[in-house]
Design a protein around this ligand. Structure first.
Ligand SMILES: [Zn+2]
Length: 567
């Protein structure tokens, strides 16, 4: 613990007693709002900060060990934190402070960020219980559901294998339809969950739950719609061209005309990913790569060293350990770690570059002068954007070569990688259009003709023809609507942010090189730019102000679209 922390904790403990023991009405009449706001922030740091750090440590321990006891401790810590943030009296204080006058912009910003954090926890406890019960019921239905074709039960990977490999349209159709059965199984519960979520949002003063979720992330439907309309207009043509090329291959594989393609002819049940028709990656090449060495050299070389992060991290497979990958800023004071399960292949090189990208955008590189409340990324979309921006180099042979990984046939490798990347981004962007617009419609009118709305959107944005006469709740087969509501658009906005920052680096930091050939390797000016223009502000700026600070413009689809216009 630093002296600064000790001093602050002691001060906050004293001030905290005063605030705890008083209500809004009992505060001195002469007390100005500014002083009240400072006391609130100090109290938050004294009470909530230790709980947040505790949650981070417990989360880490549980996900590394997998032990029941560790998970119990994690849950206890999470409950203590949630209860603290849910306290209605504290929230009333905060709300009153926010409505009053605050001249110091940094103080006002802290109050605004705290307000959103506490507001999200002000849902009526009975409603919250009902919502949790309903969403758990749906999650369980998803987990136990097996698609049934005739008497045969299929797992999720069985379904995907058929969709990836079968050349028989009738078999594909039967398996696809069976996989959508989960939609019918959960439809009624999902609609009830939507009604409950809307009730909760209305009690907090929002039109519906979708509007509320966006507002909690400092976004509005109008703002995201405008961005998505622009994205649609700028990428519709390249998307249709890429899809026509894919459709020709898919139709040929099944011996049908492209006009007869239906949803079951794509390689995943929602056409959210690109069908894998351009061959497998060169795994022999990546099996030989020293992943940590590449990561150290790349990030160290651009002036964003991550050796300290790796030293604190837990990087390899263990019994009971969470099998995925995460980056954690435990204390917003430099204790940044990565949980990973590295095996030598392309996917893990890509994952490590991604997670360490998050690690560079953390309290490591946000100065200590930024207060605890704001010492974090501007928004989930900006940190995802940074991680994705770095991650995409992994399929670039010039980048690999600069880090000592020689690709045997670089031009063929590059062409294939570019095509796969282009298809991935274009297809994913159309899928995000469907998800954002559908969820908006779902919460605006849960009693509307949702089956039809879903297929109208799929036809319009994904260019996939609806099955003749189909009237089924196919949207309800997408679990993200239950577990990560109104969130998908952030993945897409992260991609837009990644492209816009990358184009800015190519233009301003790398003296106008073609963004397609900019690889950053060994250039410390890139790290300086990232620290100064992207990381240092932390959350003192919201996601759009940060974008403007970093790139000179509001977030837009222009840079993203430019990558598809040339070739
Ligand atoms: Zn990420």
């Amino acid at each position: 613990m630093s002296m600064w922390q000790v001093g602050l904790a002691a001060l906050a403990a004293v001030v905290g007693m005063v605030v705890v023991g008083s209500s809004a009405a009992a505060l001195n009449a002469g007390d100005d709002n500014e002083a009240r706001a400072r006391r609130f922030v100090a109290k938050h740091e004294a009470t909530v900060k230790p709980l947040e750090i505790e949650v981070g440590r417990r989360w880490w321990a549980a996900n590394i060990s997998g032990k029941d006891e560790d998970y119990r401790l994690k849950q206890e810590a999470e409950t203590r934190l949630e209860l603290q943030l849910a306290d209605p009296k504290t929230f009333a204080d905060l709300k009153a402070i926010r409505e009053g006058r605050l001249d110091d912009p940094l103080l006002a910003r802290q109050i605004q960020v705290l307000y959103l954090q506490y507001l999200a926890r002000q849902v009526d406890p009975e409603l919250l219980k009902a919502m949790l019960a309903r969403s758990n019921k749906i999650e369980q239905a998803f987990n136990v559901f097996r698609a049934k074709v005739g008497a045969k039960e299929l797992t999720d990977s069985d379904v995907r294998r058929v969709l990836r490999t079968s050349t028989d349209s009738l078999q594909r159709k039967a398996v696809w339809e069976a996989s959508k059965g989960v939609g019918q199984a959960v439809e009624a519960d999902l609609k009830e969950l939507v009604r409950l979520r809307n009730q909760a949002a209305k009690r907090l003063g929002f039109k519906d739950y979708h509007v509320m979720q966006l507002a909690l992330g400092e976004q509005s439907q109008e703002q995201v719609l405008k961005l998505f309309d622009e994205l649609d207009a700028l990428t519709r043509k390249p998307f249709l061209a890429a899809k026509a090329e894919l459709d020709a291959v898919l139709a040929r594989n099944c011996g049908i005309a492209a006009g007869d393609l239906r949803p079951w002819h794509y390689h995943d049940p929602f056409f959210q990913e690109s069908p894998a028709v351009f061959g497998a990656p060169d795994e022999a090449l990546f099996a030989k790569v020293d992943i940590l060495k590449v990561c150290r050299e790349f990030y160290g070389g651009i002036g964003l060293p991550i050796d300290d992060v790796l030293a604190r991290s837990d990087l390899y497979e263990k019994p009971g350990k969470n099998p995925h990958a995460f980056c954690f800023d435990i204390d917003r004071n430099g204790d940044v770690r990565v949980l990973a399960n590295i095996v030598p292949n392309e996917q893990w090189l890509s994952t490590m570059i991604h997670e360490l990208g998050h690690a560079t955008y953390s309290s490591k590189n946000i100065p200590a002068s930024v207060s605890y409340v704001l010492r974090m990324e501007a928004h989930a979309l900006t940190t995802e954007g940074v991680a994705m921006m770095f991650e995409r180099f992994v399929r670039n042979p010039a980048w690999l070569a600069a880090l000592g990984v020689q690709v045997p046939n670089p031009e063929a490798f590059r062409q294939r990688a570019m095509k796969i990347r282009r298809n991935h981004l274009l297809i994913f962007s159309r899928w995000c259009q469907v998800m954002f617009r559908f969820e908006k419609a779902l919460y605006a009118d849960p009693e509307g003709d949702l089956n039809r709305t879903w297929w109208d959107l799929v036809e319009k944005y994904q260019g996939v023809r609806r099955p003749e006469g189909r009237d089924a709740p196919d949207y309800a087969a997408k679990i993200h609507i239950v577990v990560a509501p109104a969130y998908y658009h952030n993945y897409m906005m992260g991609e837009l942010f990644a492209a816009q920052v990358h184009h800015t680096i190519a233009r301003n930091v790398l003296a106008g090189v073609d963004p397609a050939t900019a690889v950053y390797v060994g250039n410390k000016a890139v790290g300086r730019y990232m620290i100064e223009r992207v990381y240092a502000p932390g959350r003192t700026l919201d996601w759009n102000r940060l974008t403007k600070h970093a790139t000179g413009e509001d977030l837009s689809a222009k840079a993203f679209a430019r990558d598809f216009s040339a070739k």
